[in-house]
Write a protein that binds this ligand. Structure first.
Ligand code: COA
Length: 260
């Protein structure tokens, strides 16, 4: 599929999705959000993609936020619809994918950019990254899940301060807060994400999908996470991956998972 605002490339079981509007610091306009939905959906349903990496093009920004020029004149109803649609097709969608998604945060991750990174399963940052939710400086609040995921990741007090001040933290502060898992030099960012992705891709994709579902259940009020874990644990016993994983262990060889 060809896109106007993103690039998607699969190599060695890893699909890298690059948001490609560098002149606008990769700001998320409507079309980019729709294209991202399609690219994530395609990678998640691909039989060969085992891990997805999402990053921004250029050396300056991951994503500098939702495209302010698109919503500056919105009404109350249009604002609510923008947030609801975005959450549905991109942010909640990414969080609930069964394929692991790593955010490679290569510069500014602001507003919707940090919200996208937080919707990913975990984050790795380059040392020039700057992260924040500056929406209150525009007279609005984060609308793509930022008020929910930021306190989940860094705690309520820190999230309150970061959102209220509309400030930015640097990569090392983000590491200290647990908002990103690793910080590296910019030219090492994608190689490090790929190294982690390869390690992930040696494991059972079915079991990883179950683990994502069970972990996410911890943050949903509508389900009991322990029950989801029991159910997903049980389901694993019916998979070919489980047969292969346990057989390989007993035969003292490396597992070669069929992925079902
Ligand atoms: N929406 C739309 N356009 C954006 C954007 C956004 N969120 N962030 C950056 N851009 C555009 C700028 O308008 C500018 O476009 P132009 O060259 O056509 O005027 C271009 O990207 C480069 O940005 P610029 O502001 O000139 O770069 P800078 O290095 O001086 O500043 C930032 C970088 C990130 C500090 C600054 O762009 C910024 O504050 N962006 C908005 C961040 C934000 O509030 N995000 C939350 C949105 S809800």
């Amino acid at each position: 599929m060809t896109y106007n605002n993103i690039l998607a490339d699969e190599n060695n079981g890893i699909t890298t999705i690059t948001i490609n509007r560098p002149s606008k610091l990769n700001a998320l306009n409507k079309e980019t959000i729709e294209e991202l939905h399609n690219a994530f959906d395609a990678a998640n349903t691909s039989k060969t993609t085992k891990v997805i990496i999402v990053t921004g093009s250029g050396e300056k920004a991951f994503v500098a936020g939702a495209d302010i020029s698109e919503f500056a004149n919105f009404s109350v109803e249009e604002g609510a619809k923008l947030a609801a649609k975005g959450q549905e097709i991109l942010f909640n969608f990414v969080e609930n994918l069964s394929t692991p998604v790593i955010a490679a945060v290569n510069g500014f991750a602001l507003g919707g950019g940090l919200e996208l990174a937080m919707a990913c399963h975990f984050r790795v940052a380059s040392d020039n990254a700057k992260l924040g939710l500056p929406e209150v400086s525009l007279g609005v609040i984060p609308g793509y899940g930022g008020t929910q995921r930021l306190p989940q990741l860094i705690g309520k007090g820190r999230a309150m301060e970061l959102i209220m001040t509309a400030g930015m933290i640097d990569a090392n502060q983000a590491l200290n807060y647990g908002l990103v898992n690793h910080v590296t030099a910019q030219d090492e960012l994608i190689p490090l994400c790929e190294k982690i992705a390869i390690k992930i891709s040696r494991n059972s994709t079915v079991a990883i999908g179950s683990a994502i579902k069970a972990i996410n259940a911890n943050y949903k009020t509508s389900v009991n996470g322990y029950d989801v874990e029991i159910n997903e644990f049980g389901n694993c016993f019916g998979t070919e991956d489980f047969k292969e994983g346990t057989t390989a262990f007993l035969q003292k060889r490396k597992a070669d998972f069929p992925g079902n």
